[in-house]
Design a protein around this ligand. Structure first.
Ligand code: MG
Length: 203
């Protein structure tokens, strides 16, 4: 099977890092929950939208190396590799942040993949199977051109896009259970449940 996987908030969880960076900058009180959404909502509420925008450049750029993966992502990838499945990362993000230092966000993400996503047998996903596109349309076209059988993403708007290739099974990764209203999509809360759904056996 050819398995397409989104990157941000599907493989990588930024919750702890957003909270850490916001606390270091003195932008949020300790009481704000350690999640990306809680930090964003707090900053919007107090009218610090620009700080939120700049913080995204910091987290996805300069501090990317400190981001962590969702539980069991690597276990599932190792099992999939062993069972002969082909894995692809297909993501979209701007090349540079909208505000702040002009980090190369594609390079920062690629460096994370190269350093975090490897074990004694080598890369969990070979570099030539990792794609960072600039637009949503390019991302979906890439997933289609790769002939993915399924595609895992945290955003319903990607999976329900009119550009989403018809022959790919969309799978919604919803670790925080915020998309219960998306009844037309297969919704999976953990990487273990993704593995079970697509038939990757974890030993
Ligand atoms: Mg995402």
């Amino acid at each position: 099977m050819r398995i397409g996987i989104d990157f941000d908030n599907t493989i990588v969880s930024y919750d702890a890092l957003f909270h850490k960076v916001a606390r270091e900058a003195g932008l949020v009180p300790e009481s704000v929950a350690a999640t990306k959404v809680a930090v964003r909502d707090y900053l919007r509420e107090i009218g610090r939208e620009d700080d939120w925008t700049e913080m995204q450049g910091t987290v996805y750029g300069g501090r990317m190396g400190e981001a962590s993966a969702y539980p069991d992502v690597f276990t599932v990838m190792r099992a999939a590799r062993r069972q002969g499945h082909e894995l692809f990362i297909v993501s979209h993000k701007t090349r540079h942040p909208f505000r702040g230092k002009p980090y190369d966000l594609h390079q920062a993400a690629r460096s994370w993949v190269e350093s975090a996503m490897r074990d004694s047998e080598g890369a969990l996903i070979p570099p030539e199977q990792v794609f960072f596109e600039v637009t949503k349309e390019e991302k979906l076209a890439r997933a289609g051109a790769l002939g993915c059988d399924c595609f895992i993403d945290d955003l319903p708007e990607i999976l329900l896009s009119p550009h989403f290739p018809k022959d790919i099974s969309p799978l919604l990764f919803d670790p925080d259970g915020i998309h219960a209203d998306q009844t037309s999509l297969v919704r999976l809360a953990s990487w273990r449940s993704i593995a079970a759904h697509i038939g990757v056996e974890i030993v």
